[in-house]
Design a protein around this ligand. Structure first.
Ligand code: NAD
Length: 505
């Protein structure tokens, strides 16, 4: 039976409405190719309306003026709604993004948890004394953290709900007002969030959610002078263009971009565990993760055995319907993404790498109408090949050989990206020592993908600027103010001081 096509509208200034020019776009279920939602398509006028609403809400509305405890209550209520409606959100997210059931079960719970975590931070203390500066009778020095203002949040399609929460949670906890533009490929769960914000009683304009395309709604948000900050997650190419457009009005930017993460297995690693870990690192969510372990670095001594164990496990992976709880490999997000991945596979072959398994679309019933790519493993990859340098964002692993640890570290760091990295070894301290030498924002030792809302996540080099999650993530959405409070008193005051330099020896 055909599923009902949902109708989605823009959420601006506390109410749902169509796009000003009446345009819409369709959201497609990647596992079937069927239309699941018809969505209002925000254009530049709608983006302008949403920014105006967020600006009013920031400049004169209640949200930034509420106490932290009051903001915390409302954020906590949204967390509760996400949790209460988790089964429904899971199904919507599967239909919209093609994520497997096992993945979305985690995503929805992690979204509720992240919103809860940021509600706790909202209730915390945002001012503190400046260390070592205050002197009774002379001055008091206070550091005050304040919201940046109006935040334009722009998110990708690979973790639609979680990415939205990772921006809305800290931005709102800090007291900002927000316009969120979800990816045009996956607008559905963001609009469910909009309904939740309204139901729990967020003031109009504090949160605005406008599905639409990057080139019109997204670009309009980034160039709008009334926006104070852009919080972006997506590709490095778009991150670059956002940074350059935001430069015109010197907006604060956080950019969470792409990756080409190196996964180093040492000779002494527990091989069965490292094989499972390497498979999980790259094929989880069909490789559509910024932090995916897409470059596997193996020492010559274990290379053949390791690859052969991986290949026999890949052969047993269940590919198909993402709603089936036993499915390990679901569809990729779109036909265009599938074709882009297949082009990368072609380029790997042309440049001389060897496809050991996969390389095409799988022979499963779901692939008839859905967008599927086989889990693919290349050996004989050199680090200067396209498949080792560029982010493919699909289930494609490049295996590279190394002779000694020095060479492994050099190959790992020889990348434009620096998002994730990993080391597998029985000697944890040795692995930690190697991990410290890797130029990446997250390093896993004998693990992969594990993240927490309490720990910062982000990239070195062209993987991004700034951090998401944790206290660092909250502080990205805040300005830091130093208040110097004079305690000398006007009568004895002099405005010039003798500067004393501490002795250096
Ligand atoms: P994308 O860059 O194509 O799009 C991301 C978002 O930017 C979308 O909402 C899109 O509409 C918008 N956009 C596009 N052009 C724009 C413009 N000119 N101005 C304003 N907005 C614009 O990325 P994608 O294909 O949706 O997502 C995949 C990418 O996201 C991968 O590169 C992946 O590594 C990255 N990603 C990074 C992280 C991280 O935390 N570092 C997390 C998830 C995904």
């Amino acid at each position: 039976m055909a599923e009902q096509v949902r109708t989605l509208e823009l959420f601006i200034d506390g109410r749902f409405r169509p796009a000003a020019d009446g345009r819409t776009f369709d959201s497609i279920d990647p596992s079937t190719g069927a239309v699941i939602a018809r969505c209002a398509r925000a254009g530049s006028r709608d983006a302008g309306d949403a920014v105006a609403a967020a600006r009013r809400a920031f400049d004169s509305g209640p949200w930034p003026r509420m106490s932290g405890a009051e903001r915390a209550e409302l954020l906590k209520a949204v967390s509760g709604r996400i949790n209460d409606r988790s089964s429904e959100l899971e199904q919507l997210e599967i239909a919209d993004s093609g994520s497997t059931l096992r993945k979305v079960k985690e995503d929805v719970k992690l979204s509720a948890r992240a919103m809860y975590y940021f509600s706790k931070l909202a209730a915390g203390e945002f001012s503190s004394p400046v260390d070592g500066l205050s002197k009774p009778g002379f001055s008091r020095n206070v550091l005050v953290r304040e919201p940046v203002g109006v935040v334009a949040a722009i998110t990708p399609w690979n973790f639609p709900l979680k990415m939205a929460v990772w921006k809305l949670g800290p931005a709102l906890a800090a007291g900002n007002t927000v316009v969120l533009k979800p990816s045009e490929l996956t607008p559905v769960t963001a609009m469910e969030l909009a309904a939740m914000f309204r139901e729990v009683g967020f003031p109009p304009g504090a949160v605005n959610i406008i599905p639409g395309f990057g080139e019109d709604a997204g670009a309009a948000l980034v160039s709008d002078p009334r926006v104070d900050m852009v919080a972006f997650t997506g590709s490095t190419a778009v991150g670059r263009s956002i940074m350059s457009s935001a430069a015109a009005t010197l907006k604060k930017c956080t950019l969470e971009c792409g990756g080409k993460s190196a996964n180093i297995v040492l000779e002494d690693a527990d091989i069965p565990m490292a094989v499972d870990g390497a498979l999980y690192a790259v094929y989880y969510h069909q490789g559509q993760c910024c932090e995916a372990g897409t470059r596997l670095l193996l020492p010559d001594s274990i290379h053949d055995r390791f690859v052969s164990e991986m290949v026999s496990k890949i052969a047993k992976m269940k590919i198909g319907d993402p709603r089936d709880p036993s499915t390990e490999i679901g569809p990729v997000v779109s036909a265009a993404q599938r074709d882009k991945i297949l082009q990368y596979i072609k380029s790997g072959i042309e440049q001389g790498a060897k496809v050991v398994t996969g390389g095409g679309t799988p022979d499963v019933p779901a692939a008839k109408n859905g967008f599927y790519v086989e889990p693919t493993l290349f050996t004989g990859v050199r680090n200067d090949m396209k498949i080792a340098r560029e982010e493919i964002f699909g289930p494609v692993l490049s295996v590279l050989r190394y002779g000694d640890v020095e060479e492994a570290v050099a190959i790992a760091n020889d990348s434009d990206y620096g998002l994730g990295a990993g080391v597998w070894s029985a000697d944890t301290e040795k692995a930690v020592g190697i991990g410290k030498r890797l130029r990446a924002g997250t390093v896993w030792i004998n693990e992969w993908h594990l993240m927490s809302e309490k720990a910062p996540f982000g990239g070195y080099k062209q993987s991004g600027i700034g951090r998401e999650l944790g206290l660092e993530g909250l502080h990205e959405y805040m300005e830091t103010k130093h208040m110097h409070i004079d305690e000398v008193g006007a009568r004895e005051k002099k405005f010039w001081y003798d500067v004393v330099v501490p002795k250096s020896s």
